[in-house]
Each structure stands twice: as structure tokens, then as C-alpha cells.
Write a protein that binds this ligand. Structure first.
Ligand SMILES: [Ca+2]
Ligand SMILES: [Ca+2]
Length: 252
């Protein structure tokens, strides 16, 4: 079955009521994807929906590389369509712009992840990125995938298989208002902790004398500040001897 043209793809998306973003590669328009794992076809993806339309069959492999832009993540890889008499195909992912593992003699531990896809796997119309992250023996990951370069290996052992994937790219979430408020509270606590202990006013207590007497009348400001501190920091007994100034009352 021939891959859909861009126009037919849009019509199909409209009728099937599925997400259709920018078509970043359509083999019927842009040519067959690379079969060379060391030189995959580069597709440019951006925040939003990015459609890849291709086909594979026995003896033909598709290798793709893409870069998740800075400040964004790959949230999903949605298998939007699958047409074949063979109900199951295969896809694997690695970090980096080339696919270092061969199709025969693959060291699974060197794969970031993989999965089978198609009606036989029951995952047409679903996000398969999470399934790739749990491929047995692979490094594994939990979506979303962070910014960086990745390479895909897409394979079908027998019948011609047409597929369409949607690379769903999202902006890295901004901190929530609640998180910002929490951060502000934490900063306030740190500042408060930094300001204490307060520098205590040096004062030599003399039994029977008011502390107010230690401050000359010419220094009312200092006296007021001392009074406020005395009420907070000194013993209730000593503090009771001091009549706070009006400025201290306001400060307290
Ligand atoms: Ca192909
Ligand atoms: Ca899934």
C-alpha cells in the first residue's frame, strides 16, 4: 500500500478525528528514509505535533534521527496509523544521532528502549513511548525524554507496512504558582534565620536602675530600638522595668 500524500494525510486526519501536526517527513513526498543506521534521515521536530509517514518491509529498514530542542521534551510517540498484512512491526531508540547497534546481533543493553507496534500489539492510536521505555533488557526510561539527539530503528520482517507516527513535543513546564509561592516562603525563612540572632545591645545591668537611664536623652532613637529589643529578648522581669518609647511600641 502506497503511503498517503500530505493532502490525503490531512483528509485522513480530519475524518479520523486524530491529531495532525506538521508533516516533518512523508516518504511519498520526501523520499525513502535512510536504511543506513550510521547515517539516519534527520527530521526536524518542534514543540507541537510532528508527523512522520513511512513504510518498511522485509529487507528494508528505516533509520531516523531527531533532536528534542532545548527547553522542550518528547512527551509522546503516538502510533496514528498502521497498514499491513503483518500485524506487528518493531521500533527501537538510542541516544545520539546514529544507531550504533546492528539489526542482526543487536546488543539489547545498548538500546535506550524498544517495543513492537501494530494491531497485533493493540497499540494503534496510542502512545508507544512509554512502552519503548520498558523494553526488556534495554536501558529503559520513563517519558518524557529530555532535550537532546535520538535515533530510531524501524523494522518489519515481511509484508510492506505503512505507518504514521506523531512526535508530541512539549515545552518544559514552568514552575507552578504554588511552587513559586513555596520558594518565596523558603527564602523568607532563610532571611529571617540569617537576621537572627539579633545583635543584643550591650548593656551592663545595675541593680536598682532603669535601663533607660543607660541611654542619654540625646539618643531617643537608640533608646527606642533598645526598648523594643529588650522587650523581646530580655527576661520579663527586666523588661518590665522599662517603659517602651512610642517608637518601640510601633516597632513591637
Ligand atoms: Ca522506508
Ligand atoms: Ca502506551
Amino acid at each position: 500500500m502506497r503511503p498517503l500524500s500530505v493532502c490525503a494525510l490531512w483528509a485522513a486526519c480530519w475524518s479520523a478525528n486524530i491529531a495532525c501536526g506538521s508533516v516533518v517527513w512523508d516518504e511519498s513526498v520526501n523520499g525513502d528514509l535512510s536504511g543506513n543506521r550510521l547515517a539516519p534521515t534527520a527530521i526536524a521536530i518542534a514543540v507541537g505535533d510532528n508527523e512522520l509517514v513511512g513504510s518498511v518491509k522485509g529487507g528494508e529498514l528505516d533509520y531516523v534521527t531527531f533532536t528534542v530542542p532545548a527547553g522542550a521534551v518528547l512527551s509522546k510517540l503516538v502510533l496514528e496509523s498502521f497498514t499491513s498484512t503483518d500485524q506487528i512491526a518493531f521500533i527501537a531508540i538510542q541516544n545520539g544521532a546514529t544507531f550504533t547497534e546492528p539489526a542482526v546481533g543487536t546488543v539489547t543493553a545498548n538500546l535506550l528502549g524498544y517495543t513492537h507496534f501494530g494491531p497485533g500489539e493493540g497499540n494503534v492510536g496510542t502512545d508507544i513511548l512509554d512502552d519503548m521505555g520498558t523494553g526488556a533488557g534495554a536501558q529503559g526510561f520513563t517519558p518524557p525524554l529530555p532535550a537532546g539527539a535520538y535515533a530510531l530503528w524501524i523494522q518489519q520482517l515481511s509484508s510492506l507496512t505503512s505507518y504514521q507516527f506523531d512526535f508530541v513535543v512539549s515545552n518544559v513546564p514552568e514552575p507552578s504558582a504554588a511552587a513559586l509561592a513555596g520558594g518565596a516562603v523558603a527564602v523568607s525563612v532563610v532571611i529571617a534565620g540569617w537576621r537572627r540572632p539579633r545583635k543584643r545591645v550591650k548593656y551592663r545591668a545595675v541593680r536598682g536602675h532603669s535601663r533607660a537611664a543607660a541611654f542619654p536623652a540625646a539618643c531617643p532613637k537608640r533608646f527606642g530600638r533598645y526598648s523594643a529589643e529588650a522587650r523581646r529578648d530580655d527576661s520579663p522581669l527586666d523588661a518590665a522595668r522599662i517603659k517602651p518609647s512610642s517608637s518601640a511600641k510601633r516597632a513591637g
